[in-house]
Design a protein around this ligand. Structure first.
Ligand SMILES: NC(=O)c1ccc[n+]([C@@H]2O[C@H](COP(=O)([O-])OP(=O)(O)OC[C@H]3O[C@@H](n4cnc5c(N)ncnc54)[C@H](OP(=O)(O)O)[C@@H]3O)[C@@H](O)[C@H]2O)c1
Length: 218
């Protein structure tokens, strides 16, 4: 598939690289320097390339991986998103963009869907810290894959998301409609907190995911 990366930092850079290694045609976009995008594309290999958000948006699926304060800006650069499958891992922040936000009646993914009403938004990848991605990909042949939840309102888009989640080594777990993102996103906060404020973050993410597998198989 053609996959456009909107925001090529920790999340977008790593996931874009793994999508490319899994055989997809990836366009990295939206970093502060074009040089960085070109280096990412070179490291990712395959047909990966650097481009503008508008070029990245000409794809079968888009990954939104920007800081919440950049969401409006990146959307203004993509052009028409009608019918586009848009996976988002961006976590919502408060009005001053100083702290991550937990919403009881909404979520970042739902807010994004309002900002891009013609796109088909799926919430995915934000429940794990980016540090786990390469390790999970390396271990993708293992029978006991870590699970990763996703949610959305459009069945076809969710199918695409599930395929991509599987391609990078996780077992996709359908958590339901997009409004469920208000319950899954807080796990992203927890994992982020553990990853960046403690030493055990990525390790704890594995333990959490194994527990999920066991619980499901019980
Ligand atoms: N990192 C994680 O483990 C993690 C886990 C779960 C969810 N998330 C969420 O995922 C989203 C992305 O996180 P991240 O850690 O990948 O962020 P990041 O590393 O800061 O990457 C954000 C991307 O946006 C680009 N950017 C920032 N300001 C820009 C500007 N003014 N003009 C153009 N590009 C600009 C950055 O450019 P540069 O490349 O030049 O810096 C970078 O490519 C966030 O909402 C975060 O909360 C992250």
């Amino acid at each position: 598939m053609r996959i456009g990366i909107l925001g090529s930092g920790l999340m977008g850079g790593k996931l874009g690289t793994l999508f490319a290694r899994a055989g997809h045609e990836v366009v990295f976009s939206y970093a502060r320097t074009h040089e960085k995008l070109k280096n990412l594309a070179k490291d990712a290999g395959g047909t990966a390339r650097a481009g503008k958000p508008r070029e990245a948006a000409d794809a079968d699926a888009l990954l939104v991986a920007v800081h919440w304060s950049r969401v409006d800006d990146v959307l203004s650069e993509t052009g028409d998103l009608s019918g586009k499958v848009m996976l988002t891992c961006s976590l919502p922040m408060d009005a001053g963009h100083t702290g991550l936000l937990i919403g009881h009646s909404s979520s970042g993914a739902e807010e994004l869907a309002k900002k891009a009403p013609k796109a088909r938004v799926v919430c995915a990848f934000n429940t794990v810290p980016s540090e786990v991605f390469f390790g999970v990909y390396e271990a993708r042949q293992n029978a006991d894959r870590p699970s990763l939840v996703y949610c959305g309102d459009d069945a076809a888009s969710k199918g695409i998301a599930a395929g991509l989640i599987g391609d990078v080594g996780f077992e996709p777990v359908d958590a339901g409609p997009l409004r469920i993102a208000r319950y899954t996103e807080p796990f992203g906060l927890l994992m982020g907190q553990l990853a960046y404020e403690g030493n055990e973050g990525p390790e704890l993410a594995y333990r959490f995911m194994r527990f999920g597998n066991e619980a499901r198989h019980a």
